[in-house]
Design a protein around this ligand. Sequence first.
Ligand code: GRF
Length: 198
Amino acid sequence: MLTIVVLISGTGSNLRALLEAVSEPDFPARVIAVGGDREAEGFLHAEAFGIPTFMVPWEQFPSREDWAQELATQLEVWRPDLVVLSGLMRVLPAGLVDVWSPRMINTHPAYLPEFPGAHGVRDALAAGAAQTGATVHIVDAGVDTGPVLAQERVPIETDDTERTLHERIKPVERRLLIDVVRRIADGDLDLAAAASVP
Ligand code: GRF
């Protein structure tokens, strides 16, 4: 059984979908803890599913490295097989990524390498793109630069706002994430091999 820690910053709708998927008796993975960098609405989903939570409050640490050191300590407590960044709005320092990658994956609301960064949906709209997408990738030391595990296009409608577009992307993100987690758990997706593809 693949064990997972999910890290969030926000509403946790993708987390919720993952929790629902893994609660199916035949799903080969379990979420063992949910962590975050702030008081996030998404923790309510974890609590509803009886999953332990932990928080490493960003504001209470003098530097990114100090914050990440405490996050690393928390991850060591749980020692999951996989860490899923599901809307965690922080760039992790290379030291932490080195410890967990390739067993750390991220979901991103754009078709990487297009529109990386914190405003992928807004940037796709601002660029006047006809389509964007969703991506699940291995986390590496860059910002949304790691090897792609799954991605899918999402068309942009002429009357889309950032909100409406993001709401159409998220269900695609969820489906890709759940599929990737299942393939990892089933042994059909080898993260080390995926990470070594140039
Ligand atoms: C997702 O689109 C994720 O890729 C992005 O933030 C969103 C998180 O949404 N970084 P939610 O918290 O799962 O609702």
